[in-house]
Design a binder for this molecule. Structure first.
Ligand code: FAD
Length: 311
């Protein structure tokens, strides 16, 4: 079966989600990747190791205009005869997949978090990660959007051929005036370790408690929504239902109550550590390790302990 995967290759390096979607697609069939922009061949060739046999690159446009990407992916699907198209369920995937589904008259499955079963049923995450669902579409063509961090990228040792192609992407009405990258070396959705703070930290002047621990651990920093709404921290750090969804190996939450909307974005973390003065805080129910204590005392001690451990 021919499976087409869209990846965004505009960044300095390929995102982890690119390797995830290729690994996922390889479990379904023969994988062709389609992308656009100026990515060099050596960067794209890495996808071969994860199961892509062919990579189609449309160099006529860069950027992330969803209309252009949709037209390019539709052209690629026709070219390779793919009936299954995979996106990462990230900002671009959320914008392009539904549009493509209408254009191609294809059934759309979003929030996928597992490999399709033999009968085509796809496991999905529903109710903000509180439950699993199983979805089957009866159309010939189907589009699946895979939640980031749902599966581990796996190397298969294959090799990919890279082919320039014309995706008939058409014009764009979007003019990019400026591109701003978030501060920090570790993009939050890809971080293995995350240290996060909530309203319990009282104000932005206390954020060194979070950033110091993050620095010694080599972690990314995150926050609850009221923290970013109050401009204590930038909006791209806000995790949860209305923010970034993450699934790191370790999530340390200090001064965060654990509201359901917060948990929706962090409950796929492998290990959750909660620091809260209130032993009844709901977050403790979702925690693997809990410290009932004052973040102003616990965080500096934790930072010192990690420093000693690393020395
Ligand atoms: P609080 O609820 O005020 O909790 C602060 C916690 O800090 C308390 O548990 C307190 O015991 C503890 N604390 C106080 N002092 C200390 C101390 N010295 N040391 C340790 N602990 C201390 N929220 C999100 O985070 N992400 C979302 O995406 C999101 N989306 C939402 C969408 C909708 C539609 C709605 C209605 C709400 C959403 N919210 C979201 C808000 C959410 O409901 C909560 O209000 C929010 O998560 C609470 O943030 P908090 O835990 O930082 O603050």
């Amino acid at each position: 079966m021919s499976v087409l995967v869209y990846i965004n290759s505009n960044g300095e390096k390929l995102a982890k989600s690119a390797f995830e979607v290729v690994t996922y697609a390889k479990k379904i069939g023969e994988v062709t990747v389609v992308t656009n922009g100026k990515a060099d061949d050596s960067k794209l060739a890495q996808l071969g190791k994860y199961g892509a046999s062919k990579i189609l690159v449309d160099r006529s446009f860069d950027g992330i205009d969803e209309q252009q990407i949709m037209r390019m992916v539709a052209t690629a699907a026709e070219k390779v005869g793919a009936n299954t198209i995979i996106f990462s369920d990230d900002l671009i995937g959320k914008a392009v997949a539904p549009r493509l589904s209408v254009k191609m008259n294809a059934g759309l499955i979003t929030g996928a978090n597992g490999i399709p079963k033999d009968d085509g049923t796809v496991p999905v995450s529903v109710f903000s990660g509180k439950a699993f669902g199983f979805v089957k579409v009866n159309t010939d063509k189907k589009i699946i959007a895979l939640l980031p961090n749902s599966i581990q990228p796996e190397e298969t040792g294959s090799e990919a051929t890279i082919e320039e192609f014309a995706g008939n992407a058409g014009d764009t009405r979007v003019k990019v005036k400026e591109t701003k990258l978030p501060d920090g070396d570790i993009p939050l959705p890809e971080a293995e370790l995350v240290v996060s703070g909530g309203r319990g930290l009282k104000g932005p002047e206390n954020w060194a408690l979070i950033t110091d621990l993050a620095e010694v651990l080599g972690a990314a920093t995150a926050c609850s929504r009221p923290v970013s709404d109050s401009d204590w921290r930038p909006h791209h750090e806000h995790v949860g239902q209305t923010g970034v969804a993450i699934a790191p190996n370790l999530y340390i939450a200090a001064g965060i109550s654990g509201a359901i909307q917060h948990l929706a974005g962090v409950n796929r973390s492998k290990v959750i550590v909660v620091i809260n003065t209130d032993a009844e805080a709901p977050f403790f129910k979702a925690a693997d390790y809990g410290v009932v204590g004052d973040a102003f005392e616990v965080l500096p001690r934790l930072t010192e302990a990690v420093k000693k451990f690393k020395a």
